[in-house]
Design a protein around this ligand. Sequence first.
Ligand SMILES: [Zn+2]
Length: 156
Amino acid sequence: MQDEQFMKAAIQLAYDNVISGHGGPFGAVVVKDGQIIGRGCNEVTAACDPTAHAEVQAIREACRHLNSFQLEDCVIYTSCEPCPMCIGAIYWARPKAVFYACTQNEAAAIGFDDRFIYEQIALPMEQRSVVMKQMYPPESPQPFEAWAASAQKVEY
Ligand SMILES: [Zn+2]
């Protein structure tokens, strides 16, 4: 029952985002110990930020609330199945579970199709639509070596 209430909160954020004209029909909340500690709605167009998906916004708010870069023992409720970027963000944040309402097929049916990203990731680098080339100019600094030798690093 509590799960359903948190999901309704995420769906309400998505709905309100559309009605207010603020952005796309997506909302998410992050819950820890039965409390909402982060809320997000899609703000891609309002913020001119292609990464401002509901899940990312909710993760950012929850992490600020916890003053942590991890969502330990947290659950994310999102109004739609996360896209590949948000799945990546979710794995980096390490919550214990994700619940979603609409499916990626339902999102595709109203014009939000992220299937091409899954297809792109599966392709060899040289066949992707965005050019990605490896290069390491000689005599560049060595950030990886600096990290490995650093005494002040915070591992994550
Ligand atoms: Zn996303």
